[in-house]
Design a protein around this ligand. Structure first.
Ligand code: HEC
Length: 95
């Protein structure tokens, strides 16, 4: 009987730690290095580069959803590019 309880407790512990690990991966910070790479590879295919200062942060998030569809980007690529663009904004240009 003691052994069963022990097994359940250990099993629960493993389950919880795997779960938190998965959650940590999901809310992982956007990868700006990958964003810069995908941005450089993709965004000039159809038009000139838009500078980070060309749009407000809010307009960028709208535009990236627009360009996600046009360029056929994955959700992760879209988030990474947006993070890269917003991190490239200068202090005075932040909004
Ligand atoms: C498949 C072609 C294509 C690709 C790839 C593409 N764009 Fe665009 N983009 C367009 C077109 C076409 C427009 C003009 C607006 C329209 O008519 O939809 C545009 C417009 C824009 C605009 C103006 C605002 C807006 O949303 O209309 C921004 C900013 C922009 N693109 C950024 C980007 C970025 C950043 C990338 C890379 C992730 C990118 N684009 C990749 C086709 C593309």
């Amino acid at each position: 009987m003691k052994n069963i309880v022990k097994t359940i407790i250990i099993g629960l512990g493993v389950f919880i730690s795997i779960n938190t690990e998965m959650m940590a991966t999901e809310i992982e910070k956007a990868d700006t290095v990958n964003g810069a790479q995908v941005w450089a590879d993709t965004c000039m295919r159809c038009h000139n580069m838009r500078q980070p200062s060309d749009l407000s942060s809010r307009a960028w998030s709208f535009s990236m959803n627009h360009m996600r569809v046009r360029a056929g980007l994955t959700g992760k690529e879209t988030r990474d590019i947006l993070a890269f663009i917003l991190s490239s904004k200068t202090e005075s240009d932040r909004d």
